[in-house]
Ligand binder design. Sequence first.
Ligand SMILES: [Zn+2]
Length: 405
Amino acid sequence: MLLFDKKNNLIKDLNRTRILKYIWDNAPIDRAKVSKELGLSRTTLTIVAKELIENKILEETGYGDSTREGGKKPILLNFRDDLGFIIGITVGIKKIKVTLGNIKAQFLNELETDRAADEKPEETLKKISSLIKKLDVYKTGKILGIGIGIPGIIDHINGIVKFSPNLKGWENVKVKKYIEDEFPGTRCYIDRETNLQIFAEKWFGQINSKNFITIETGIGIGIGIIINDMIYRGNNDAAGEFGHTTIVPQGSECDCGNYGCWETVATVRSFINKARNGIEKGTRTKLPDYYIGGILTFESIVNAHLEGDEFSKEILEEYAYWLGVGIANIVNVFDPELIIIYGSASQLGDMGIKIIKNTIASNALPWVKRNIEVKYSRFGKEARITGAFGLVIKNILSIPDEYII
Ligand SMILES: [Zn+2]
C-alpha cells in the first residue's frame, strides 16, 4: 500500500513539476494549452493549477484569444507578481557580486565589492551578508531564496565548499548554514560556478542537446558537463578539472605543481607571456602601441590583431589551436553534440571557432562521424548569475536534480 502511495505521489510531483516548468517557460498561458502540450488530462491540469493558485504561486491574469471555433476566451495563468525576489551571488577571486532578480530571472539591481585574493572565508561571507542587507528588498520585500556560485569542489546538497583551488584557505566552508543563520527563514543554495553556467544554458538558453559541454576560458579553464540532460558531478563533486590534464609532457610548470597541463598552453597568461617575449626579441609587431595603461593585456593582442597585426594573429591562432587540442580530448571522452565557450576565447571570433573545429576534426577519433556545434555563449558573464537565479527557481518549483529540463 505504501509503495502504491509513493508511486502516486511521484507521478503527481512529476506532473506538477512539468506543469510549473512549462508555465514558467510560456506564461501567460491557459490550462488547455498546457494540458495539450504536455499530454496531460484537463482534470490533472485543473487539480494542479487549483493547488498552485491556493498556495499563492500562480494567479489568473486575464483572458487569451478564443479558439478558431469560437467559444469562451480561456483564462491565462501566470506566476504571481508579488511572489517575491531572488538573490543571485557570485564569488570570484577578486570580486563578490550580489544581484537581485525576480521569479522570471530578470535582473533588477546589482551590488558588488572587491575581495583580496587571500581573503578568509569568514570575511567574504560577512561581505556577502552586508551586501544583501544593502538591497532595498531586504527591508521591504520577500526573499524567495539565495543562490550562490563559487569556484571549487562543492557539496551542493549540503551547501559546503569542500575545497577551492582558486580561493585560498577555503576548505569545508559551510556557506549555506552561514547564510541561512544570517537570514532566518530564507533558503540558500550553492553550486560550483561552472555548473551554474551550464545549468543556465540548459534552462534559459533553450538548448535541446542532451549531451553538451561548457568551457570557461581565461586565466584558468573550467568545464561544465551535461550527460543525458543531467549535470555530471563525478564521485567527489570534482568532475570537470580538465584544465589539469597533461597536454605537453615535460611542458611548463603549472600552478597545480604538475607540468604541461592544458592550462599551461591554453590560457591567456601563456599568450600574454608569448607576446611579451616576442616584443623583447624584436619581432615586427604593432603590439607595443596597444599596451593598456602600460600593461600588455589579452585585449591588447585582440585589438592589435583586429588592426591587422600579423604577430598578434599568429598568437591568437595558436591559442585557438591549443584550446582545440584539449577540446578534442573532451570530445573523445564525452562525445558531445555541442560545445559552448565562455570567457577570453570568445574574443577569438569566427577564426577561433574555425580553428577549434579543424583541430577537433584532426585530433579526435576519426571514424566517428561527428557533427559538433561549437559556439560562444549568448549569456557571457551573465551566465553564472542567471544560473544562480535558476538554482533558486528550480528549488522554489521543487524540481528535482533528475529533472533539470
Ligand atoms: Zn595543472
